[in-house]
Design a protein around this ligand. Structure first.
Ligand code: G1P
Length: 302
């Protein structure tokens, strides 16, 4: 890729091999990416965001126990036939649109749980030598206008840089995130000169935290191949990005939208509330039951 003619991203990688232990016992049989927000599983929101950003090849990095994700994106012949016979066109469209025509899903197995960087490296044979996206489905991003990845893809395309989504977090929370330090930040983007995985608040170089959306140069794969185990004994994507900074421009990108950390109980609840309130059919009822629940529990004085 030359910087004068950067290619648009077409491939998106979804690392979905995690065990989801925070949501046990639910995740004993249901992968955390299949937990629903209203009527769609988390993975569907991330997939829709990638497709809206122009991706037509979706690479799921799974482990050998996670059949549910592959089943979900597979064609459900029997169910489709039944719905067709019963004339249930609306429901039929819903399941057909899980993966729109022209978009293909590829499944890659991560044999060992060696970390996010390792999961991304597993996608190398499918992605090859072109810029690509990584989306962590735990991070659900709600936005009224363009999706977060589309905003980032446009920025990366216009500037020829890689891009990492960021948002401000309280200093006390830096140890839960990759943290970046940037050169002149123009309010939306700034070139990263330092990135560290999960620094303690006392040593964090800033409070600008990495959110699970990346547009990356394929050079990252070579760097991941030699990235030693880092924080938590895992091969960290953050460490490979740190190495990339020495060679290429990587921008921190503050997207427009609200991010919910659906890797936590409260984040999942928050997202459910927000999506219910934003849903035309559910909004009134959701508001009503929230108010009455708070009243009944004596949380709000009436
Ligand atoms: C991963 C990344 C971290 C990033 C976070 C965003 O961490 O390693 O840099 O800030 O996702 O959600 P994880 O939350 O998987 O531990």
């Amino acid at each position: 890729m030359t910087s004068s003619t950067p290619r648009r991203i077409r491939k998106a990688v979804f690392p979905v091999a995690g065990l989801g232990t925070r949501f046990l016992p639910a995740t004993k049989t249901v992968p955390k990416e299949m937990l629903p927000i209203v009527d769609r599983p988390l993975i569907q929101y991330a997939v829709d965001e990638a497709i809206a950003a122009g991706c037509d090849t979706l690479v799921f990095v799974t482990n050998r126990y996670k059949h549910a994700v592959a089943d979900y994106f597979d064609k459900a012949y029997e169910l489709e036939q039944k719905l067709e016979k019963a004339g249930k066109q609306q429901q039929l469209d819903l399941i057909r649109n899980v993966l729109p025509e022209g978009v293909r899903a590829v499944f890659v197995t991560q044999a060992e749980a060696l970390g996010l960087g390792h999961a991304v490296l597993c996608a190398k044979p499918v992605v090859g030598d072109e810029p690509f996206a990584v989306l962590l489905p735990d991070d659900l991003i709600w936005s009224r206008g363009e999706g977060a990845l589309k905003q980032m893809a446009d920025h990366a395309h216009a500037t020829g840089s890689s891009a990492v989504a960021v948002q401000d977090v309280p200093r006390a929370q830096t140890a839960s995130y990759g943290i970046v330090a940037t050169e002149a930040f123009d309010g939306q983007a700034g070139r990263i000169h330092q990135i560290v995985e999960k620094p303690r608040p006392e040593v964090a170089p800033s409070t600008l935290a990495v959110v699970g959306r990346y547009v990356l140069s394929p050079r990252i794969f070579d760097l991941l191949e030699t990235t030693p185990r880092g924080a938590g004994g895992e091969i960290q994507l953050t460490d490979a990005i740190a190495a990339l900074l020495d060679e290429q421009r990587v921008d921190a990108f503050r997207f427009r939208g609200t991010r919910f950390d659906c890797g936590t109980h409260i984040g999942l609840i928050e997202a459910t509330i927000r999506f219910a309130l934003d849903n035309e059919t559910l909004s009134d009822a959701a508001q009503h039951l929230m108010r009455s629940a708070l009243d009944e529990m004596g949380v709000v004085e009436s």
